[in-house]
Design a protein. Structure first.
Length: 125
């Protein structure tokens, strides 16, 4: 088991960011809280936290896997085309119910929007 302190740091990094983070981002922000945070430790903590559903993985086509805290309600995600960061859109939204075509078992779905995030919109080009 990973030390509690390191798991707490990872959870607090995700809480502070309030958007899904890649393992590199978790490592980078985590090191601002604990100097000697090893990447193997972060990988192990991510695995343990995922197995216990304390964090969930989010995967988008062509993007590195990201992690976020379990959401209280379903929400769409947003990818910024300028900085490549992914955000949770604070909009209550349910996935539309669909009838699975014959031969398909559907176990999940995602609504993803894309565009420019508030931070990038503020920056002058
Ligand atoms: Zn952006």
């Amino acid at each position: 088991m990973i030390q509690t302190r390191q798991r707490e740091v990872i959870l607090s990094v995700l809480l502070d960011a309030s958007r899904p983070l890649t393992r590199e981002e978790i490592l980078r922000y985590g090191r601002q809280k604990i100097d000697r945070l090893g990447s193997a430790t972060v990988d192990r903590a991510i695995r343990e936290l995922s197995e216990n559903y304390l964090i969930v993985g989010v995967e988008f086509p062509g993007q590195p896997k990201r992690y976020e805290l379990p959401a209280e309600s379903e929400h769409p995600h947003f990818i910024c085309r300028r900085c490549d960061r992914v955000f949770d859109l604070p909009v209550a939204m349910r996935l539309p119910d669909i009838i699975a075509p014959k031969g398909y078992l559907i176990t999940g779905g995602e609504i993803i929007y894309s565009g420019t995030c508030p931070g990038c919109l503020k920056k002058k080009l």
